[in-house]
Design a protein around this ligand. Structure first.
Ligand SMILES: Cc1cc2nc3c(=O)[nH]c(=O)nc-3n(C[C@H](O)[C@H](O)[C@H](O)COP(=O)(O)O)c2cc1C
Length: 154
């Protein structure tokens, strides 16, 4: 049994839908247990109970939200070595760097010994408040399935 925690920030619910759809994708693989939490309600000290944490944020001015940045750095202070991590974001228009890239960079600096278990997923929304652009949700399911495959094979 592999346990996955999915943590997200979301102002209008789009990144939350992405998080839920990733969980659907993970659920297609037997032996996976998932928990979803808003970044504001997560008890992050319990992150060590999970085999992997997936962290998602809307792109706010080319970065993750302050709350998400804080938990990535918090994770670096916990005994999370040997576990897995992956990131996702929502965006309107791709800039020179996505929030995912920023989060991966931050993780690379703060989370030594933590493995990036899937390349980051960036999901396009049609406007500030969404909705999620056509054809994007299947990618979220695939991302979940990829994470599950990685965790069940290792
Ligand atoms: C303060 C703020 C800054 C934003 N900056 C960007 C940006 O630099 N690039 C971009 O593509 N989208 C930007 N957006 C749009 C968000 O990506 C979009 O609102 C978000 O994906 C919606 O997801 P949510 O419903 O989960 O909040 C910004 C939104 C806000 C509120």
């Amino acid at each position: 049994m592999a346990k996955v925690l999915v943590v997200y920030a979301s102002k209008w619910g789009n990144t939350k839908i992405v998080a839920e759809t990733i969980i659907e994708g993970i659920g297609g693989t037997p032996g996976m247990e998932t928990t979803i939490k808003n970044v504001n309600e997560v008890d992050f000290d319990r992150a060590v109970e999970y085999d992997a944490v997936l962290i998602g944020s809307p792109n706010h001015a080319g970065s993750a939200t302050a709350g998400i940045k804080k938990i990535i750095s918090r994770l670096g202070k916990l005994q999370f070595k040997g576990k897995g991590i992956a990131f996702f974001d929502t965006y309107i228009a791709k800039g020179f760097e996505t929030a995912v890239k920023k989060m991966e960079k931050q993780a690379g600096e703060k989370l030594l010994g933590v493995e990036l278990i899937a390349p980051g997923l960036s999901v396009k929304v049609k406007g500030l408040q969404g909705p999620i652009a056509d054809g994007e949700l299947p990618k979220c399911k695939e991302f979940g399935a990829r994470v599950a495959a990685k965790l069940t094979n290792s």
